[in-house]
Design a binder for this molecule. Structure first.
Ligand SMILES: NC(=O)c1ccc[n+]([C@@H]2O[C@H](COP(=O)([O-])OP(=O)(O)OC[C@H]3O[C@@H](n4cnc5c(N)ncnc54)[C@H](OP(=O)(O)O)[C@@H]3O)[C@@H](O)[C@H]2O)c1
Length: 227
């Protein structure tokens, strides 16, 4: 099975590094027409920057929307503060809601669309000091399910992919070497996930092979969340 995204207009956040970078290159290899603005063009921490980007890109009309950008600011419940909660929710969920509010209308008109949120295994399980991150990724599930119901009659499939552990800048920043070794032992397949593991599922879910999967949170975690 070869996935073709030929002619599909794809809008991707978080395409500069890590998982998003591989999703972007994978989609390009599959023939997609990719728009992946960097932070200088679209700063998701800023409602104004997002508003300006939308105004300046009225004709983008993407067929496929992928929100991969994400931040994780470690804090437990006695450390958390409103700024951390606000920033993490702003990048991980509010910005995507603002962008989709602008982009979903044209998908409805075309009666075609694929929407994908890059969630996390921390929407299924969690870890200490992931208060804001885990809460934001759980909130994404609710957002996706509601949008999935609203847009299903228009042939728009809305899903979430939940990566396990991928060795990106985010993982290196937030886990010690000892934690990384401990986690590796708990992954049934015995290895961390690769960027390719996530990008290939993203491509399938956003392709025409997917005609019926919508509103689903799918883990790519080597079986980690089965325990
Ligand atoms: N790595 C993992 O093990 C793992 C596991 C589960 C879920 N995830 C999720 O996968 C996604 C990608 O994670 P990653 O590991 O690839 O992270 P990463 O290497 O830290 O990359 C994060 C991406 O988000 C972008 N971003 C962050 N803040 C932004 C802002 N204010 N405006 C615009 N872009 C912004 C970054 O752009 P800049 O280059 O400009 O900073 C970068 O492209 C995230 O949603 C994360 O929660 C990752």
């Amino acid at each position: 099975m070869e996935i073709s995204l030929s002619g599909r207009r794809v809008f991707l956040t978080g395409g500069s590094r890590g998982i998003g970078k591989r999703i972007g290159s994978f989609f390009l290899e599959a023939g997609a027409d990719l728009t992946a603005p960097g932070r200088d063009e679209l700063d998701l921490l800023s409602v104004k920057s997002t508003e300006d980007y939308i105004k300046a890109n009225k004709d983008l009309n993407p067929d496929i929307f992928i929100h991969c950008a994400g931040i994780n600011k470690l804090a437990g419940i006695t450390e958390i503060n409103p700024d951390i909660m606000q920033d993490v929710f702003q990048v991980n969920i509010y910005s995507a809601t603002q962008l989709l509010n602008a982009f979903a209308g044209s998908m409805k008109e075309k009666r075609y669309g694929r929407i994908l949120f890059v969630s996390s295994l921390y929407a299924m399980v969690s870890k200490e000091r992931r208060v804001a991150y885990s809460a934001s990724k759980n909130a994404l599930t609710g957002l996706a399910k509601s949008i999935a119901l609203e847009l299903a009659p228009y042939n728009i499939m809305v899903n979430l992919v939940a990566p396990g552990y991928v060795m990106t800048d985010m993982t290196k920043k937030n886990l010690s070497e000892k934690e990384i070794e401990q986690i590796k032992e708990q992954i049934p397949t015995g290895r961390f996930q690769s960027e390719d593991d996530i990008a290939s599922l993203a491509a399938f879910l956003c392709s025409d092979y997917n005609q019926s999967i919508t509103g689903q949170l799918i883990a790519v975690d080597g079986g980690f969340t089965c325990r």
